[in-house]
Design a protein. Structure first.
Lengths: 353, 353
DNA sequence: CTGAAAGCGCTTACAG
DNA sequence: CTGAAAGCGCTTACAG
């Protein structure tokens, strides 16, 4: 009678249905599905029955009972899934996790601690196997608590001093320092700096790289040429415009973030200074090469960040229990033109206005 | 004795732990957590116990037993989470789903039916509440099968003729037609066309818009000026270069996809023709305005696509059982300069080479 | 309103 | 190797 059942009506077929049709016990079906050795004949019966019913294994029900509780999902907390940096990182993570059949739950924190906390809670509650997060830096206590409960966590793009939490970052200070040195070698001494919100870990590191290198090169920092804590393209444009229409003009400009770079470039072009004032931005752009002059950048490799972060996470999933690891990836200066503008002859005087 | 238990050692606290600490039945805890009316005193006890233990509700275990089987997750199949169009769409979907506490499982099909099938299977097996997919068009049978099993599905960016599947697309043909008409109004008659892989639904629609409008305007199509089935930036550049170095040159160029537009623009700039040959691309770019001349585009609104798709999905989750809906969003022509180059005087003869 | 019991789809000791 | 039974964390009829 039980074996008579066959294909059920509405609901999707379950292991019980498969067992009934194959004429074996429920446990045997489970074993076949999970690859535990089973008599070839029974295996064939089960496989056939499963195919016939269109059986789909339910990984969440499975995870509930398994001893390791693995859900085969990974949580990813990005700043914004839509920004190019985040989305490239996202893709790199997907490339390595999908290879293993892991699914990705992704969300955007928007730099908002409350949102980060909420995503963290939701992913934790769903028992993802691990977490890759670009931390705002203000939710570290909660991250630590979740980590202590056994959830592997890797922080990426921004460091975090948390027990058992691996990090993958970029040499932000080194990248900016390198750019400043190159500008210096081209004669530049009057270098302006546009910086992102100071609460961001990366903004802090980039600023430190600027200050340290300028000091090492004995270049004075002029107050009006340093604009920090800027958020977004419009702020970048405004700040650049102010810097570039002041009493004395800098001969070079370093913009330490994506949107600030775009904003500054608008200002430069609007003032007709794009061929006069050297400009280097942090982070690369798709179309940087099509601009005139092409934009020189301190490029980071979001794909490499994502890949390394995933690898660190996977090693934890594979049982690595050692101390936290801190990977620092290099940046790469891409000379395209805007950063190779030499310093105009001194004595020519102020040009703007 | 049971109430004595209190906080367990290693594992995260469960409803049972909360019930024990609060001195109530398991069901009561469940009711409090789910907001079913419960005596205020008991409610307080449960809330307190939950807080004290740091209890986290497990939504997946919950979904297993609930009558509606809701997992509170939505699956999203994009072409590539890293491409700007997809990631903006992704963000728009996140904005509406996160509002409702739904989590997003996202994946990239890479235009590969096998990958789409695999993601579809994985999401289905995980019993997501619904699916938003940018379909390759070659997995429609499987999509239909999943839909018939009760899973709400919305296709976005590309239409699909499937029972009970809503779609949100853009007026691709209309957008291209509009651009062609504008070029025609500026005197252009010799208009070249670069098209994406012909297997893509959007490529097909854009091509149809081009052909139909050219015919309506009595502009002949010259064989050498039509290049279709191109994939990626390099192919676009190559094709554009060939078109622009032929015996007779077109006076305007329509490129019907993102990467083709970039590739073509490289070719134009390399040949020094960017101020001579009019150029309109399909889909907008972040930096289009910084180019010289700025790039005119047929813009679509990926955020609107994502938002509408989410809304349609949510209405299905809310119980809408009516016939499938097909939303078509308009495109918007953005005149920036490259598309406003007028046709050079006839009789000036061929300029290039 | 409340609690004990059954059961969601599965895995895993536990006996045979 | 195989199957019946217990149980993962929860919800939901079912009686009280």
């Amino acid at each position: 009678m039980a074996a008579q059942r066959g294909r059920a009506t509405g609901r999707p077929p379950t292991m019980k249905d498969v067992a009934a049709l194959a004429g074996v016990g429920l446990a045997t079906v489970s074993r076949v599905i999970n690859g535990t050795p089973v008599d070839p004949v029974l295996t064939a019966q089960v496989t056939e029955a499963a195919k016939q019913l269109g059986y789909r294994h339910d990984p969440t029900a499975s995870s509930l009972r398994r001893s390791d509780r693995r859900t085969r999902t990974v949580g990813l907390i990005l700043e914004d899934v839509a920004n190019p940096f985040s989305s490239l990182l996202h893709r790199a993570v997907e490339d390595v996790t999908s290879e293993l059949g892991l699914l990705l739950l992704a969300g955007s924190s928007d730099e908002d601690p409350e949102r980060e906390r909420s995503l963290l809670g939701a992913f934790h509650a769903r028992r993802v196997d691990g977490l890759i997060v670009v931390p705002t830096g203000q939710v570290n206590d909660e991250l630590q608590a979740v980590r202590r409960q056994g959830m592997p966590i890797v922080c990426v793009d921004r460091a975090a001093e948390l027990d058992g939490v691996d990090t993958v970052t970029v040499d932000n200070a080194g990248g900016v320092g390198d750019a400043v040195r190159r500008l210096h070698a081209l004669g530049h001494r009057e270098i302006a700096f546009l910086g992102d919100q100071v609460s961001l870990w990366t903004a802090q590191r980039r600023w430190e790289g600027f200050v340290a290198t300028m000091a090492a090169l004995a270049c004075p920092l002029r107050e009006g040429w340093v604009r920090r804590d800027l958020h977004g393209e419009a702020a970048g444009e405004r700040a650049a415009r102010e810097v570039l229409t002041g009493d004395t003009l800098p001969t070079a400009l370093v913009t330490s973030q994506n949107l600030l770079t775009i904003g500054a470039r608008y200002a430069l072009q609007d003032l007709g200074l794009q061929h006069t004032v050297a400009h280097v931005g942090f982070d690369d752009f798709e179309l940087a090469n099509l601009l005139s002059p092409p934009l020189s950048v301190i490029a980071q490799d979001p794909k490499a960040l994502g890949r390394r972060a995933s690898e660190l996470l996977l090693s934890r999933l594979d049982g690595y229990e050692g101390p936290e690891r801190h990977v620092v990836l290099p940046t790469r200066y891409v000379a395209r033109g805007s950063g190779e503008i030499t310093r105009p002859r001194p004595g020519r005087g102020d040009t703007a206005r």
